[in-house]
Design a protein around this ligand. Structure first.
Ligand SMILES: C[S@@+](CC[C@H](N)C(=O)[O-])C[C@H]1O[C@@H](n2cnc3c(N)ncnc32)[C@H](O)[C@@H]1O
Length: 449
């Protein structure tokens, strides 16, 4: 459990946000806990409730910035610390990371960043002895940090070496480095609207992408933005909004969403008029799907079950099945920077085995003539291209139905030669890097004969 001290009445402004940031950072780096798990739901950090909206937003940006720049931060701090980062006091490590990230990349005055980090270590029994060190190192960081970043700018330190090596092997050196560059930026807020995207783009101070997604740079809690409470839109990356559209007109059709929660794609299908059955094995995530559907005034049959074992559905089979399979999620590192440091190469094998079982189940539940859309938010080919090649080699009834550029707003760069979608964080480049990029998805469309 994190320490039970959050916002003390006598505490200087901003210290509670830094302390919670330090706890959450420790959770990711030392306890293998995801950011989602620590920020939302039953296991969220208990101190979050007492933070004002502004402090909560700052805390989230701070943790995300550190995880996005962890390799570079490690280099800068190691150059400023003669004996390396102290290992006997985790709070000293997090205070250094928190201070340096604010100095180097955030709009926080340097003196405030140094002062808050010194206070962080002073309030920790084991780390208090490092207060002088933290003060001196962060002051030097303010003077010398930019130059130290320059030393390693071309080295791609912010992607774990095993992952970068895989991307280089699959996409080539230059695309792999473009992906790494793209995920170093804070991403936009992407929104799927029920209708009138132009109008919502203007109301939310954003722009409408060619694919119809509304993209904005607004920050803070989405729940207070216009249209959220009224159920006019939901948050969904522009690439994540593509797979559900590949069924074409689904009005009146029976569609099974086999790994559905929290329901972004299910909502698209239900809004388009499909009769949707949504299956997911996570009760907590399905509770979020139900909440989302209530807010959006949409209907779907929601089933909590392991899709591999599930025996439901009508005997004739579904007209369409969407399988948004569990995966390493390496395509979503821009939005979930903890993934880069929590995932390991050894995770891929077990996920590929599960994806194979889910694909076989989907084929069995599809009616002849029905359409299967398979997708993963992974950049790893085993979870995408290879999974579908293996399925096509083993299931004679299945054939690929190539996706045409016209179905994805003419964005030919996101199609591979086989007619599958392969979006990359470096795609959809705009002059402002903050408005650029897509989550990395693989999507294939197959038809059963
Ligand atoms: C990529 S997420 C789905 C995201 C969702 N389609 C959306 O657009 O909001 C994968 C989901 O698969 C679920 N899952 C993992 N293994 C499963 C299984 N064996 N059966 C059913 N659901 C599973 C997870 O709980 C998770 O919600």
């Amino acid at each position: 459990m994190p320490p039970q001290r959050f916002a003390l009445p006598s505490e200087v402004p901003g210290l509670a946000a830094r302390r919670i940031a330090a706890d959450i950072l420790d959770g990711v780096l030392h306890k293998h806990r995801t950011l989602d798990d620590q920020l939302d739901g039953a296991a969220a950090h208990p101190g979050l409730k007492s933070l004002a909206d502004r402090d909560r937003a700052l805390m989230r940006r701070l943790v995300a910035t550190i995880l996005r720049r962890l390799g570079t931060l490690g280099h800068v701090l190691s150059r400023l610390l003669d004996r390396g980062i102290p290992t006997d006091a985790p709070r000293a490590q997090s205070a250094l990371l928190i201070g340096a990230a604010q100095i180097l990349w955030m709009d926080v005055p340097d003196h405030a960043a140094v002062d808050l980090s010194v206070r962080l270590v002073q309030s920790d029994r084991r780390a208090a002895k490092y207060a002088g060190l933290v003060n001196a190192v962060l002051r030097r960081c303010a003077r010398e940090g930019e130059g130290l970043i320059e030393e390693v700018r071309s080295q791609t330190l912010d992607v774990p070496p095993w992952l970068l090596a895989r991307w280089i092997a699959h996409y080539g050196e230059s695309v792999a480095r473009e992906i790494a560059e793209a995920i170093s930026h804070e991403p936009s807020l992407d929104i799927t609207v029920k209708s009138d995207a132009e109008q919502w783009a203007s109301r939310l101070h954003g722009e409408m992408l060619p694919t119809g997604t509304v993209r904005t740079l607004l920050q803070g809690s989405v729940t207070i933005l216009p249209g959220f409470a009224e159920g006019q839109w939901w948050v969904q990356d522009a690439a994540a909004a593509l797979p559900a559209r590949l069924f074409g007109d689904v009005a009146g059709k029976s569609i099974l969403d086999l790994c559905a929660a929290p329901g972004g794609k299910t909502a698209q299908l239900a809004h388009a008029g499909a009769r949707v059955t949504a299956v997911d094995r996570s009760p907590a995530r399905m509770a979020r799907l139900r909440e989302n559907f209530a807010r959006l005034s949409l209907q779907a049959e929601a089933v909590v079950a392991d899709a591999v074992e599930w025996q439901g559905g009508d005997s004739g089979g579904f007209d369409g099945i969407l399988l948004d399979a569990p995966c390493t999620s390496t395509g979503t590192i821009r939005r979930h920077p903890d993934v880069a440091w929590l995932r390991q190469e050894a995770d891929i094998g077990a996920l590929v085995a599960l994806q194979k079982r889910l694909l076989q189940k989907a084929v069995a539940l599809l009616r002849p003539g029905g359409t299967l859309v398979y997708c993963t938010c992974s950049l790893e080919e085993e979870e995408g291209e290879q999974a579908i090649s293996a399925l096509l080699a083993s299931e004679a009834a299945m054939r690929r139905s190539p996706i045409e550029a016209g179905e994805v707003a003419g964005l030919a760069e996101i199609l591979n030669p086989e007619g599958d979608l392969r979006t990359l964080p470096s795609h959809l480049r705009q002059p402002d890097p903050k408005l650029s990029g897509l989550d990395g998805f693989y999507v294939a469309r197959l038809v059963k004969s």
